[in-house]
Design a protein around this ligand. Structure first.
Ligand code: 3PG
Length: 211
């Protein structure tokens, strides 16, 4: 199995998408690929999410994960639909254990040092820090991870393109998650050209930061 660190190593940005209609999946896949960002965390927050995840995963051009996963049962359903990684807003032993059973990389969320310690105890090496913006941004991340030198983090929540350089400059930041390039307003208006443009812009910023 690939680890979370392995699948994110060359993917510094994870688009976090809320899909309302399964019919939007092919166009979204195309837009993300055109933008050079062939990856998506499909949040299980809408009735269409699982079918949309399945349709997106079938496109094969996009690495698709499931987001907002809170239970082991959701892990089963997401993996059955084609999710290649599983993201949670918080830390759940049950979710992490089921991911391990199914050999699927887990990216559990943390917001405190106590939660990081629980994650490390469960053998997790990469965590999502959520909601990163409200936790003090890049400086907040630096403070939070200081006692955990081996930990890698994926800040998510309240992040926009102008914030990327600050986050990517933090050594423990493996990747950054965010919905700005696939915002609900863009999805609802089917502005796939704009999704490609914002994706391309994000990729360019990340490339400058990581070069
Ligand atoms: C998530 O589920 O990870 C967040 O809702 C994404 O946060 P953002 O919409 O502020 O980017």
């Amino acid at each position: 199995m690939s680890t979370t660190a392995e699948i994110l190593r060359d993917r510094p940005i994870i688009p976090v998408v809320v899909i309302e209609s399964v019919d939007d999946s092919p166009r979204l896949a195309e837009a993300l690929c055109e933008g050079g960002l062939p990856c998506a965390e499909v949040t299980l927050r809408t009735p269409a999410a699982l079918d949309a995840l399945r349709a997106l995963a079938a496109e094969r051009s996009v690495l698709v994960g499931a987001g907002s996963v809170r239970t082991a049962e959701q892990v089963d359903r997401a993996v059955e639909a084609g999710a290649r990684f599983v993201v949670s807003p918080g830390f759940s032993d049950a979710v992490v254990a089921r991911c391990r059973e199914l050999d699927v990389p887990a990216l559990p969320g943390v917001a405190t040092a106590t939660e990081i310690m629980r994650a490390l105890d469960a053998g997790v090496e990469v965590v999502k820090v959520f909601p990163a913006g409200s936790l003090g941004g890049p400086d907040g991340i630096r403070g939070l991870v200081a006692p955990f030198p081996t930990l890698q983090v994926v800040p998510t929540g309240g992040i926009g393109p102008k914030d990327l350089p600050g986050y990517l400059a933090v050594p423990s930041v493996l990747a950054v998650g965010g919905s700005w390039m696939v915002a609900s307003s863009l999805m609802k208006a089917r502005r796939f050209d704009e999704i490609s443009r914002l994706s391309r812009e994000a990729v360019a910023i990340a490339a400058r930061c990581r070069s």
